[in-house]
Design a protein. Sequence first.
Length: 417
Amino acid sequence: MDDLKEQVELLESNANLANTIDDVQRAIDMLVAARAKISRDPQLAPMTLAKLQSPFKDVMKKAHENLGPANKALNKYGKALDKKFKDKPLPTAENDALSSHPSLINRAIAMHLLREGQFNVAATFIEEARQHPPHPEPTAGTPNPYLSESWEKDIANGTFNSTKLQEQFAEMYNILHELRTNRNLSPAIEWARTRTEVLEARGSNLEFELCRLQFICLFVGQDMEGFPTSDNPTDGPLRAWAYARSEFGPFQKRYAREVQSMMGAMAFAPNIADSPYRRHFYNDSAWEEVASSFTKEFCSLLGLSSDSPLYIATTAGAIALPTLLKLQNIMKEKRTEWTTQNELPVEIPLPPSYHFHSIFVCPVSKEQSTDENPPMMMPCGHVIAQESLEKISKGTRFKCPYCPNESHSRDAKKVYL
Ligand SMILES: [Zn+2]
């Protein structure tokens, strides 16, 4: 894998097409200028063309020369890829659950592009998807739960309206750009302030985190947009103090400790680097933390997850692929088949950030719960799967398998994970 990494780095440093693009643009400019000259005075045509020949040849030669390293790096990278993955054909899709849902995949791609801020690419993609609507090929044995969803039709019919989403994501990227590149907290604070109630209801700390960072920046004397700059070292803490007095009021109740701690730092103002408050004031990742916290809240308020589902699904799929390929081979050798639709036949270890909710395994049937067979809690507090509950109760009063309590199956409540 190290070899491959090296080749990728090489490719990134060599495959710079900017020079070639400049060359080609120069060539185009020459041709356009010549055309204009000839159209003004056709008699000049032979001379203009003759004059053009040599410089045009030169610029095209240069373009080719500049392409050389890129081509070489690309070839080498291809070879390294072949070497690394030889004898590893891509898996065949005998059980392709996605072929039933091409519109769903199109939508996932469109959404991914939109949320990555690639608005032009997204618009082109949506338009092309509309011109060439995909044809679902339902695969036998795969569930088809969403075939008639309205947005599936929307994207197939071209009525999927991305304009609003695009505007919203444009706002998000503007604010993120201000945060990351310009170190300007004002737009993010303004955004959070107009949504104080919703954010607070979600238990979000975003507004406070942003204001705290603003306080710290003023304190350590970073130049901030909208605040006067100064060379006097005591001005920073004074400005921070003034900011806290005017802005921290609403945070007093919920963040009393944190606000106190910020105020406590005042006492250490001349030497904050050696004080217990150092970690707040010299935190390199603070900007990235508020940026990702902002992205998360922004997407949540749109009803979206903070990471692109397409990215998550593809990454999880890539992690699972080797295990599933191995399984496929074993199944072929042993001539067995994987029949369970709602459950993978093997454990796929995914990183903790890919664990989105708890999994419930019924202690009676040892099966994982599904939408059709959800976990049910009996009045005694013990939980078993719905099918187990029906089997044990047979519609009458029954004893819990795990404690002496008796109840009726209709008293059991569905548990949502
Ligand atoms: Zn019980």
